[in-house]
Design a protein around this ligand. Structure first.
Ligand code: ATP
Ligand code: MG
Length: 581
C-alpha cells in the first residue's frame, strides 16, 4: 500500500469527547469515526485490525471443533417470548416494529435464535455434541455508551453456543473454549486473567470473564484476586472478613437517643464516639419499580448485582431523595437520609417493601440503627427483640482489598479489568422453556445442556490499544496490526533513497509482509509522527545513511532504533511475520 493512496486522515488533536486512550488514539490516528452515540464507522485501517482479530478467533474456534454460521441481526419477538426474555431484558434491548405491526429486536446476543436452530436440526443424541458460532454485529442500547469501541451500542462480537447431552460434556467443552480463549488473546497480544463472574442477563450458574488488566479508567470492572489463583469480578467476589472487629455496642438497654444532624455514618460515629462496626446501615434501592431495603454493617458497602440476584429482577438503583421522602410519608414518618431503619416501613406505592440483610449484621449486638425519626437513633438494639432480622439473609457485601481470600485466607488484592471475553455454562436455561430437546439413547426426550461463549471483537482491538501505546501513538501487537511495517524514504526527491525504499517494500510484499511505503512528499518528521501514531510495528527509514549501505530500523513496541543493512531489516520483519502463522 502506498501512503499517498491510503485512506487515512490523522488529526492533530485528540477528540474532545474521548476519555480513554484507545478512544482518543483510534479517532486521532484515523481508525474510527463516530456516526451516532456508541455507533462508529470502521475506516480501512480499523477494518484490517478487526479482520485480523476475527481471523484469529475463527482459526482457533475452528481448531477447537466449532462450526461457523451466521444468524440475522434482526430477531422476532416470538422467540424472545418463548425464552421469557422479551419482558425480562432491560432497556438495552432495542425493540422495533415493522410495517405489519410485528415486533422485532436488534440482536444483543443470540441464545434464542441458536436454540431454535438446534431444536429444528439436532434431534438425536447421535448428533451431539455440537458447538456453533458466528461473528456478527450486535446492538445493545447501553445506558452509558462510552470509551469508543470499548462500550459501543453497535459492536462486533463472536458468539458461540454448545449443545451437550450431559453436564460432563458441558464441563469438557467449557474447558475447551477456555483453552481456545487463552490462545486467542495471546495471539492478539493480550495478557488476560480468567475471573469468576456473575452471569447477568445471559443466565446460567458458572461463568468466567477474560479480563485485560489495566490501571486506567478503561477497566470498568474491579477484579479481586489472590496469589493462590482465586480471581473474581467484584459483582461475584466473596471474602472472609478479618477477625477482631467489635460488633457489640456498650448500651445494656435499648433506648432512643438524640443524634442531631447525623446524616452520614461518619457524622453518627463522631457524634456517638463509636466505630461503624456497631451500626446497622439501611439502604433504600429500587429494583425495577419495587422498593428494597438492604441492611448491612455500616463499615461495609452493598454490591448491587448481588442484591439484585438476592431479590430477582432486571434493574437496580439506589433510591433518590424524593423517593425516600415518599416512602417516609406513605408509612407515616418524616425522617430523611441518615435516619432510616426497617421498623415500621411496610409499603411504597402499594408495593410491599422487601428487606434483605447482609450476613455481616447477624452477629451484631446492642447495635445502633435508624428508627425513621429525624435526629434520633435506636441504640442497644438486638435482633428478635427491638427489630426483626429479615427473612432473607445472604451475602450482598462488596468485597474490599485486604479482606481475606475465600480459598486460602490470605489478603485479597484488587485491580481493574476490561472484559474482552465471557464463557457461561447455561445448562437448560434456554432449552427447557423453548422445548429444545433431543432423543437420548434411552428413547426419552431431554433438553440440551448448553453453554455460550462470547468475545468482543471490537472491544478486544480497543483493549489492545489500551495495553500497547505510548504518548506518540499506538504500538500494535504484530498479530493484529493493520500493516506490519512502513518503509519511509526520507526524501522522495533522492533517487537512491527512493530506489532502495521501493526495493525493500517489494521484497517485504513478496515475502508476505503487509507493508506500506510512505511515498508522500512530506517532511520526514511528519512521516515519523504518523508512523508512530498509526502504530506500525516496524519502521524502515531510508535516509542519508544509505550511501554507507545502512537504513534505520525501528521497533515500535520498544522504540529501539538501530542502523543496519536493508536486507537485515527486511529479514527480521519477514521472520517475525512468518512466525505468526
Ligand atoms: P459488559 O459487562 O461489559 O456490559 P457483558 O458482560 O454484558 O459486557 P457479554 O454479554 O458477556 O457482555 O458479551 C460478550 C462480550 O461482548 C463481552 O465479553 C465484551 O467483550 C463484548 N461486549 C459486550 N458489550 C459490549 C459493548 N457495549 N461494546 C463492545 N463490546 C461489548
Ligand atoms: Mg459478560
Amino acid at each position: 500500500m502506498r501512503m499517498s493512496k491510503l485512506f487515512v486522515q490523522t488529526l492533530r488533536e485528540f477528540p474532545s469527547d474521548a476519555e480513554v486512550i484507545s478512544h482518543k488514539l483510534l479517532v486521532r490516528a484515523g481508525y474510527i469515526r463516530k456516526l451516532a452515540m456508541g455507533v462508529y464507522n470502521y475506516l480501512p485501517l480499523m477494518w484490517r485490525v478487526l479482520k485480523k482479530v476475527e481471523n484469529i478467533v475463527r482459526e482457533e474456534m475452528d481448531n477447537a471443533g466449532a462450526q461457523e454460521l451466521l444468524m440475522p441481526f434482526v430477531q422476532p419477538k416470538e422467540l424472545w417470548e418463548e425464552s421469557g426474555r422479551w419482558g425480562a431484558y432491560g432497556g438495552e434491548l432495542m425493540r422495533l416494529t415493522d410495517r405489519h405491526g410485528r415486533e422485532m429486536c436488534l440482536g444483543p446476543t443470540h441464545e434464542e435464535i441458536i436454540t431454535a436452530i438446534a431444536r429444528d436440526g439436532l434431534k438425536s443424541y447421535k448428533q451431539l455434541p455440537v458447538n456453533l458460532y458466528q461473528i456478527q454485529s450486535k446492538f445493545r442500547d447501553e445506558r452509558r455508551p462510552r470509551f469508543g469501541l470499548l462500550r459501543g451500542r453497535e459492536f462486533i462480537m463472536k458468539d458461540a453456543y454448545s449443545f451437550d447431552t450431559s453436564q460432563e460434556g458441558l464441563d469438557k467443552e467449557y474447558q475447551n473454549m477456555w483453552n481456545a480463549y487463552t490462545r486467542i488473546f495471546k495471539r492478539c497480544g493480550l495478557d488476560t486473567k480468567a475471573v469468576q463472574s456473575d452471569s447477568g442477563a445471559i443466565g446460567g450458574k458458572v461463568s468466567h470473564e477474560f479480563m485485560v488488566i489495566t490501571d486506567t479508567d478503561a477497566g470498568e470492572n474491579d477484579v479481586f484476586y489472590c496469589d493462590c489463583g482465586y480471581a473474581a469480578n467484584s459483582n461475584h467476589a466473596i471474602s472472609v472478613l478479618p477477625a477482631g472487629a467489635n460488633v457489640t455496642g456498650n448500651w445494656q438497654t435499648p433506648q432512643i437517643i438524640d443524634t442531631p444532624n447525623t446524616h452520614s455514618i461518619e457524622e453518627l460515629c463522631d457524634f456517638l464516639h463509636i466505630e461503624p462496626t456497631i451500626i446497622v446501615k439501611s439502604l433504600v434501592y429500587i429494583v425495577d419499580k419495587n422498593p428494597v431495603i438492604a441492611l448491612i454493617r455500616a463499615d461495609k458497602n452493598v454490591e448491587e448485582t448481588k442484591l439484585l440476584n438476592a431479590i430477582g429482577g432486571n434493574e437496580i438503583r439506589i433510591a433518590v431523595a424524593a423517593e425516600i421522602e415518599d416512602i417516609m410519608v406513605q408509612n407515616g414518618f418524616n425522617a430523611d437520609k441518615g435516619f432510616i431503619g426497617p421498623n415500621g416501613l411496610k409499603e411504597y406505592n402499594g408495593v410491599p417493601i422487601k428487606f434483605v440483610a447482609d450476613k455481616t449484621v447477624t452477629d451484631m449486638k446492642n447495635f445502633v440503627i435508624g428508627i425513621n425519626q429525624k435526629d434520633k437513633h435506636g441504640v442497644g438494639y438486638n435482633w428478635g427483640s427491638e427489630v426483626d432480622l429479615p427473612q432473607t439473609v445472604t451475602d450482598v457485601r462488596l468485597v474490599e482489598a485486604g479482606e481475606l481470600c475465600p480459598d486460602c485466607g490470605k489478603p485479597l488484592k484488587v485491580t481493574r479489568g476490561i472484559e474482552v471475553g465471557n464463557i457461561f455454562q447455561l445448562g437448560t436455561k434456554y432449552s427447557e422453556p423453548m422445548n429444545a430437546v433431543y432423543t437420548d439413547i434411552d428413547g426419552k426426550t431431554k433438553p440440551y445442556i448448553m453453554g455460550c461463549y462470547g468475545i468482543g471483537i471490537s472491544r478486544t482491538a480497543a483493549a489492545a490499544v489500551e495495553a500497547h501505546h505510548d504518548e506518540n501513538g499506538i504500538k500494535w501487537p504484530l498479530g493484529i496490526a493493520p500493516y506490519h511495517a512502513v518503509v519511509i524514504p526520507v526524501s522522495t526527491k533522492d533517487e537512491l533513497q527512493m530506489k532502495v525504499a521501493e526495493d525493500i517494500y517489494k521484497t517485504l510484499i513478496k515475502h508476505g509482509v503487509e507493508a506500506v511505503i510512505d511515498d508522500r512528499d512530506e517532511r520526514a518528521g511528519v512521516k515519523f509522527k504518523d508512523a508512530d501514531l498509526i502504530g506500525f510495528p516496524y519502521r524502515i527509514t531510508v535516509g542519508k545513511g544509505i550511501t554507507d549501505g545502512l537504513v534505520e530500523f525501528k521497533v515500535r513496541e520498544t522504540n529501539e532504533i538501530s542502523d543496519i543493512k536493508p536486507e537485515e531489516a527486511a529479514e527480521i520483519i519477514i521472520t517475525a511475520v512468518t512466525n505468526l502463522k
